[in-house]
Ligand binder design. Sequence first.
Ligand code: NAG
Ligand code: NAG
Ligand code: NAG
Length: 339
Amino acid sequence: MSSTFTIAAAILLFFALLVSPSSSSACNKQDEKALLAFKNSFLYTSLKWSPSTDCCTWDFVGCDNTTGRVTSLYFENNNIHPESIFLNGSIPSATGDLSSLETLRFRGITSLNGPIPPQLSKLKKLQSLEIYVTQVSGPVPSFLSELTSLKELKLGYNKLSGTIPPSLGSLAHLADIGLFGNQLTGTIPASLFGGLNPKSSLVSLVLSHNKLTGSIPRSLADVRVSSLYLQNNNLDGDASFLFGRSKFLTQVSLANNNLAFDLDKVEFPLGLLFIDISHNKIYGSIPAQIVELPNLSYIDVSSNRLCGKIPSGGKFVQLPAENYEHNKCLCGTPLPPCK
Ligand SMILES: *[C@@H]1O[C@H](CO)[C@@H](O)[C@H](O)[C@H]1NC(C)=O
Ligand SMILES: *[C@@H]1O[C@H](CO)[C@@H](O)[C@H](O)[C@H]1NC(C)=O
Ligand SMILES: *[C@@H]1O[C@H](CO)[C@@H](O)[C@H](O)[C@H]1NC(C)=O
């Protein structure tokens, strides 16, 4: 009798322990399994993740504490801790099993290499994918267009090569694309931001320091681009359609390309803060309208084929001569007077 009671009590205690929530943030078991597979896939790693503790308390892991689901993985080596995180190997395929992941960031993890794995396409809740300053190589995969919740894709300063997949333009929420500092070739797809919903979203596109060719797609005039950095590529043709008094452009660099258009015909957006169009083949003169821009704090038009008097007065800030030098016949302060 008493032994039956003891066994029953033991069974009850067992189940009580099994279901007793040590806290509401107890990590989801499938997510814990995926995180351990993530850790174990590296040849060498500084991760101290151990199954003896709740995975929601592990370094670099973020959970939704009401569900215990892992929602973010955020690894960052910065100037203060330059080499504290090692993930020697490639992005683990097990990352794709963290099905509630919304944020995935690797910043300054120079031990990370290899291609972006296709399993990432399973992350239907992923809103932010950032791989910044790593050794990750291979293409910008077209399967990223299967990440239907994606809002920002930042893959700057890696070893990515190949072309920009046109399919990225089908993503309804992707308004922030940064693929700068890679070895990307080919043209900028006209489809980019084509599926954006709502159309009123402000768009940021940063493709600087690659090997992109061809002209800037005119379709960019159909979306509300606020930041556009395309410097240090081999782009040619017209870019005047990006401008216009009521456009949303605040920061733009088109420097170090082969762009050729008439600047006379351009009206600058009223909210413009920063513009660098240096080292191109731009002709005409600097529009007088530039003195009306209340917030413009930087302009560089050097090394083009511009002529005429540099506008002065109004709100126009005085910048050094080097921001205007090496043109065909620009003149007036801060360059020598016009003849
Ligand atoms: C979730 O729980 C973890 C571990 O208890 C805690 O560190 C974290 O701050 C919590 N997050 C939120 C958003 O409450
Ligand atoms: C891990 O990567 C770092 C940085 O690339 C490197 O210095 C270290 O030697 C690597 N460790 C192993 C065991 O491969
Ligand atoms: C200039 O900047 C101010 C302060 O950020 C802002 O309120 C204002 O709308 C800007 N002007 C234009 C024309 O965008």
